[in-house]
Design a binder for this molecule. Structure first.
Ligand SMILES: Cc1cc2nc3c(=O)[nH]c(=O)nc-3n(C[C@H](O)[C@H](O)[C@H](O)COP(=O)(O)OP(=O)(O)OC[C@H]3O[C@@H](n4cnc5c(N)ncnc54)[C@H](O)[C@@H]3O)c2cc1C
Length: 417
């Protein structure tokens, strides 16, 4: 465990390179070190204790934070199942892109559309990272978490994780699926995640009825004691509390193949010169994805201010069909399933709304913080920006879209209080 109190700022630890001083930094080299560093108190403020991976989806504030905790272990355990699949369990601190590049080299199909995304493996399920028509949830067998409330490790399967577009139950406790986490046998991790294959009872669905205390809403979904307000689903990722579930490792079910998953994104299919739904080799697909990402400033590069960002600052809005009908005819529309009331949902493009609300590439309130010169959806630090500069720019852009189209954009990254 490394302590580094003085001199470290959130600007040093985030890709936006903004943010206030850090009182104490804990780089946990094992799950046990991480758990020992976490506050005992379930309702710890996320503005005081910050759980951070690589800081590529976090918008700090300029205020000081007391303690930053980062998982740093990057164990990888490969369990061959049969000739067709492997179970690959990876520690939370591993580099996502390192894993995706290794997958392409090893012939593990399914990661190739997700190469070039910055960040850690532990953060990947938090917002169900995705790009070019695929999401990490397609690859996940289970996630091993530390449950800060129950004070035990648990395996969460995809249904229990409540995955959705750029969200999960870890990010947004309101995505409660009705399934309860199953504690593992041991009360606390004392070493790297257990590499043994899981016995069947641990992975089989629990058939018992579940009106247990675990079904109550997470306390992170109860009214804020100060304001009395309940966090709303539109405030995804903006909880003022440290998350209940801390990811220790992620187990991926990987398919052994030299061929990609079906290519589902028109721009990528065009770059590969194939039809939508066809496959290309893993390396061709990964190279095409990296080239597209670079052209949009979406591959980290110290020398390129367009990448001093969190990637997309806003999620693509999910609208009801009637809201979508009010948009101009040429606004993008994608099927997004139905809401619990059965209404058809439509996803539109945040970038389209921003550009058509009058925000150009490279636009800003000052020279320190502007949209990327390659993509209006990325808010970037051009050098010397403060966290307030970035947030004010985000607010100004959201205000323009609200005025023009009546749609409230939701930030995709975690905004620290
Ligand atoms: C240039 C650029 C391009 C990007 N492109 C994409 C893209 O194509 N698709 C995409 O989905 N995202 C993209 N992103 C966003 C970002 O890379 C991902 O969201 C990534 O998963 C964040 O990982 P991180 O480790 O940096 O998370 P951090 O920013 O460190 O943390 C993000 C959130 O996850 C929480 N968290 C971190 N680790 C854990 C853990 N172990 N357990 C529980 N919670 C945890 C944090 O508390 C925080 O709330 C991009 C970002 C940049 C800068």
């Amino acid at each position: 465990m490394a302590g580094a109190g003085s001199g470290v700022t959130l600007a040093d630890l985030t890709t936006l390179r903004v943010g206030g001083p850090v009182g104490r930094l804990t780089d946990a080299e094992s799950p046990a070190e991480l758990v020992a560093a976490l506050p005992e108190e379930p309702m710890a403020s996320s503005g005081e204790v910050v759980l951070l991976g690589a800081g590529s989806n976090t918008v700090p504030s300029d205020a000081a934070v007391a303690h930053v905790i980062r998982p740093r272990w990057s164990t990888i355990d490969i369990h061959p199942d049969d000739a067709a699949t492997h179970l690959v369990e990876v520690g939370a601190g591993a580099s996502w892109d390192g894993l995706a590049q290794r997958a392409v080299a090893e012939g593990w199909s399914g990661f190739e559309a997700l190469v070039g995304i910055p960040g850690t493996v532990g953060a990947a399920p938090v917002q169900n990272i995705g790009a070019y028509g695929h999401e990490v949830s397609e690859l996940i067998e289970h996630v091993t978490v530390w449950d800060r409330f129950a004070k035990c490790t648990a395996h969460l399967t995809p249904p229990e994780l409540g995955f959705g577009y750029r969200t999960s139950r870890i990010k947004n406790p309101t995505r409660f699926s009705g399934a309860r986490p199953r504690p593992r046998e041991q009360p606390a991790p004392d070493s790297a995640p257990d590499p043994r294959p899981r016995p069947a009872p641990d992975s089989a669905p629990d058939p018992r009825p579940r009106p247990t205390p675990d079904l109550a809403p997470d306390p992170t979904h109860l009214p804020d004691p100060a304001s009395g307000q309940v966090p709303t689903p539109t405030a995804e990722g903006q909880s003022r509390w440290l998350p209940r579930f801390v990811v220790l490792s992620v187990a991926f079910r990987v398919r052994l193949s030299a061929w990609s998953a079906p290519v589902l994104y028109p721009e990528l299919a065009g770059a590969l010169d194939i039809e939508l739904g066809e496959r290309a080799t893993l390396s061709e697909t990964a190279q095409a994805v990296l080239a597209l990402r670079r052209s949009k400033g979406m591959v980290l590069d110290d020398a390129d201010h367009n990448t001093w960002s969190t990637g997309s600052y806003f999620s693509n809005p999910i609208l009801t069909a009637s809201q979508a009908a009010a948009l101009p005819a040429d606004a993008p529309r994608f099927d997004a399933g139905r809401n619990p009331a059965g209404e058809l949902l439509v996803k539109t493009s945040a970038a389209w709304l921003i550009a058509h609300a009058g925000v150009a590439k490279g636009w800003g309130l000052n020279r320190r913080a502007t949209t990327s010169t390659a993509h209006v959806l990325a808010l970037t630090n051009r050098g010397g920006a403060t966290a307030s500069d970035i947030r004010e720019l985000g607010d100004a852009i959201a205000g323009k879209v609200l005025d023009a189209y009546g749609i409230a954009l939701t930030p995709e990254p975690t905004l620290l209080p």
